[in-house]
Design a protein around this ligand. Sequence first.
Ligand code: HEM
Length: 460
Amino acid sequence: PPTAPHPAPSGVPVVDLGTTGVGRTPIQHTMGLMRTHDPVLVRRLHGRETLFVADADLVADLADEDRFAKHIGPALENVRAFTADGLFTAYNDEPNWAKAHDILMPAFALGSMRTYHPVMLRVARRLIDSWDRAAHAGRPVDVADDMTRMTLDTIGLAGFGYDFGSFGRERPHPFVESMVRCLEWSMTRVAAPAGRDHAAADAAFRRDADFLAGVVDDVVAARTGTDQSGAEDLLGLMLSAPHPADGTTLDPANIRNQVITFLIAGHETTSGAMSFALYYLAKHPAVLRLVQREADALWGDAADPEPTYEDVGRLTYTRQVLNEALRLWPTAAAFSRHAREATLLGGRIPLAAGQPVTVLTPMLHRQPVWGDNPELFDPERFTAEAEEARPVHAFKPFGTGERACIGRQFALHEATMLLALLVHRYRLHDHAGYRLDVKETLTLKPEGFTLTLTPRTPAD
Ligand code: HEM
C-alpha cells in the first residue's frame, strides 16, 4: 500500500516545480532536471516530493535485495486500477505474486524460447510481408506502429494462442488504443493538480479498462473448456499448473490480471526497443553495415531465410545494437525501490523505513561509468570485454532483483531475430530526415518515425 510522504533527505537538492507540471513527457523533463542539477535530486511538484537517483553507486546500493525492495509508486498504483495483483503491479507481500512467479518462471527460462521461436518467426514474416508491400509501392512505414503490431501478435500467439491479426488492420487493434489511453491516464493522473475535476477523464479510463478486461475474457474463453493437456504456453500454465508448494492453481480473477499484464508488458516495451534500434541503425550506416554483415554470414543471399533458434544466439553484434538502443532509451524508463528498514543509501543519504527512491534509468545509462561521450550511440560498449570491465549495475533496462523483468529473454530473442531479418532484407532510408521525438505513455517510443525501404540486392 502507498507509504506516507517522507521528508526530503538532507544534503539532496530539492527542485521545486511549484504547480508548473511536467507536461506529457515527465521522464524527459526529469532527465533535464538531472542534467542541470545533480544525478540525485528531489522533485517537488504540487507539494509532492519524489526522490530520483541515477548515480551508478547509489543504484548499485539499491540493488541490494536485503535492504531494498520493489516499490509500487503513484504511477504503478494507477496501473493497479487495471492490472491489480498481476505480476508487474503486485505488492511484494501479496501472496499471488510469489504464486504466479513460481508457476510462470519455467515459461521464461532460456530453453523455453525454443518453444516460442516458430511463433516469433511466423509473426516476423507477417511484418516482412507488410513491409514488402510498402517497399513495392514506395510507401513509407511507420516503424513504431508496425513494431507494435508485431509484438502484440507475438505475445498473443506465443503466450495465449490468441491471434490479434494486427497486420490485417488499417489502425492498431482496439486493445492497443485502449491500453495506450489507460497507460497515459496512469501517467498524467499522477502529476495532475489536486482540486481539478477529473471525473470525465476517470470515466473514460474506466470504459477503456473495461474494454481491456473484455478482450482478456475473450482470450481466456477461447481456451477454457478445451483440452489443456500439452498446452505449455502462459495461459496453459495459468489454467492448469499447480503451484509447486501447495498444489493449487491461480484463481480466475488473478488469471485475468495476469493476462492483461502480459499482454501489455509483453509487447509495449519490446516494440519501443526495436523502434529505437531501427532509428539508430538508420542514422548510423557503418553500424547498419556490420549488422547486415552478421546476418549475411548466417543467411547469405537467401531470399527467405529460415533462422533457427541457434542462429539467434549467434547474432551477437545485433544484440549489442539492441543493448545500446536500450541504454540510451530504456523503454521502461524508471523503476522504484523502497528501504526495508531505515538505512543510509550509498553510506550518505538517510532513508526512513519504507521511503521510496526512483531510479531514472536513461540517466543512469549516461553516467560517467559510460565514458566521456555517453550520448554517442556505440554498440562497442557491449562487447563481452567492455561489459566485464563495467560495474554490473550500470545497465538496468530490465530492473533489478527478484522483481526484474521476467520476459527479458523473450524480448531479446524476438527483437534480435527481427532486426537481423529486416536489415538482411532491406535497405533503410531515412527519407524524411527524422528528428528524434520521444513519446511517453509510461513507456517510451520514437513518435512519427517513418522509413522507406528498398530490397537489398546481392551487391549491397
Ligand atoms: C518487469 C522492462 C519485455 C513481462 C519489468 C521491469 C522492467 C521491465 C524495467 C521491472 C519494473 C519494476 O521494477 O517496477 C522491460 C523491457 C522489455 C520488457 C525494457 C523489452 C525490451 C517484457 C516482455 C514480457 C515482460 C516481453 C513478457 C512476455 C514483465 C513482467 C514484469 C516485468 C511480468 C513483472 C515481473 C515481476 O515483478 O515479477 N520489465 N520488459 N517484459 N516485465 Fe518486462
